[in-house]
Design a protein around this ligand. Structure first.
Ligand code: GLU
Ligand code: MG
Length: 459
């Protein structure tokens, strides 16, 4: 077990490595980044001349940023305002040179108090707490986001999709090839490995699933993917949007989460004798996620625009149903791949998009699943058809509920959900709800054009 002293000397060694790498890559600016309650990626950059001391102390940030919403407003009724300071304390393991910004590198940060302890309102520290909770039960958690996003131009004040290529078509592969190959090269250079790449159904839509990783790294990777796709695309004179519903009449952008629980090098979801190759632990985890799903979506689908996406018959899921290879189920049990059965056993959460803070969404998912294991929650019968085709009676007989149809409804469910609220901790839960409720009010009475304009370029 690492003592504070060995941790401190390991950090010091790692910080020296970061400084050396900056020197050899001729870096001038190092971004200290975080993702706040509003899901927007923000931070400050310091000049490398002063880097060693900022690595040590962290960069100062006003506490108010955790009361900021995605409309870039400081929420009046938030807990944090102009007085008070935290530190953005970098994790040296997240250091990368940014391929899309000249002479620039980045570090991902925890929010810490001035004394250097995790700040109660820090999302990344929340995920670390949930990792610790799983580890106490002997589990590690792995995940990957399967992002969809839209490539577009800005013309006469409107977003215009790059193409109208058919789903999975080579037309869409070719029209996006110059930008997508650069995106892939830039991600690979940062240690994030795209596994597949293709044109999706929506206009200008691309999909880029990346390799799974331990969950903290998976959340960090999500920040890398969002920033890199946007940064590389901008260098091609285009815009990339991860907004959940960038065009009202088109397929939405999901960021489905693939996840699995591990005991050492054994996949705890895998049981070759189990139904669909899933273990009892896997079924209980599904049971936990479904039980908490109406609240969990407040974290995984956390913007007003998210609920324009979560409609029946759009393959985004709209009900608390699960099933094998059921792409209208909130949880799909993907069929295992021949030859890599154990490794490929995983579950997919569909009501998730890239406007989420990945630390909050993955931490919430893990908390819900662990609750399922602890309470041996039964996921009920698998749904083998599109749940929207079942009658209301049939859905209620099977315990299938409609997911919240608005952010406000999801936030109410989160407030009522003791497991998730307690996991988040009082400070973070309260502030998250406050910030997100202000977004609900901010879009109240506004039209779709305003909503899309606001979400398109921030996510
Ligand atoms: N675009 C769909 C969504 O909003 C997902 C389509 C699919 O990959 O199954 O989640
Ligand atoms: Mg897809």
């Amino acid at each position: 077990m690492a003592t504070p002293r060995t941790e401190a000397s390991r950090d010091a060694r790692e910080f020296r490595r970061v400084v050396r790498e900056c020197r050899s890559a001729k870096i001038q600016l190092v971004r200290f980044l975080y993702c706040g309650n509003d899901g927007v990626i923000r931070g400050k950059a310091c000049h490398t001349r002063f880097l060693p001391s900022y690595l040590e102390s962290g960069i100062g940030l006003t506490v108010a940023m955790q009361s900021f919403n995605m409309l870039d407003q400081l929420v009046a009724e938030g807990s944090f305002g102009p007085v008070g300071e935290i530190r953005l304390t970098p994790d040296p393991a997240t250091f990368v040179v940014l391929p899309y910004a000249p002479h620039t590198a980045r570090l991902l940060c925890d929010m810490t108090t001035l004394e250097g302890t995790p700040w109660e309102a820090c999302p990344r520290s929340f995920l670390k707490r949930m990792i610790e909770r799983a580890a106490m039960q002997g589990f590690g958690f792995r995940a990957a986001f399967e992002n969809e996003f839209t490539l577009a131009h800005r013309e006469n004040g409107h977003y215009v999709p790059l193409d109208h290529s058919p789903c999975f078509s080579t037309i869409g592969m070719d029209s996006s090839a110059p930008v997508m190959t650069d995106v892939i090269e830039a991600l690979t250079a940062q240690g994030v490995f795209p596994e597949q790449c293709y044109a999706e159904l929506g206009a200008g839509q691309q999909e880029l699933p990346v390799r799974f990783a331990d969950v903290l790294r998976a959340a960090d990777n999500q920040i890398t993917v969002r920033d890199t796709v946007r940064g590389v695309t901008a260098r091609h004179g285009l815009l990339a949007s991860f907004a959940p519903k960038p065009f009202v009449d088109q397929a939405g952008n999901g960021a489905h989460i693939h996840f699995s629980l591990w005991r050492g090098d054994q996949n705890a979801f895998h049981d070759p004798r189990g139904r669909y190759g899933l273990s009892d632990i896997g079924f209980a985890f599904i049971g936990g996620v479904l039980a908490h799903l109406p609240a969990l979506v407040a974290l995984t689908a956390p913007t007003v625009n998210s609920y324009r996406r979560l409609q029946p018959r759009f393959w985004s899921s709209a009900y608390t149903a699960w099933g094998p290879d059921n792409r209208e189920g909130a949880i799909r049990v993907p069929s295992q791949r021949r030859g890599v059965e154990m490794e490929s056993t995983n579950l997919e959460l569909k009501p998730s998009d890239a406007s989420s803070n990945p630390y909050l969404s993955l931490g919430g998912l893990l908390a819900a699943g662990l609750d399922g294991i602890q309470n041996k929650r039964d996921p009920g019968e698998p749904t083998l058809v599109d749940p929207d085709t079942l009658s209301d009676d049939e859905r209620s007989r099977r315990g299938i509920r409609r997911l919240p149809t608005s952010l406000g409804e999801a936030l109410d469910a989160l407030e009522r959900d003791d497991v998730l609220r307690v996991a988040l901790g009082e400070t973070l839960a309260k502030e998250y709800l406050t910030v997100k409720r202000s977004e609900v009010r901010g879009f109240d009475g506004k039209d779709a054009a305003f909503e899309i304009e606001q979400h398109f370029y921030k996510f």
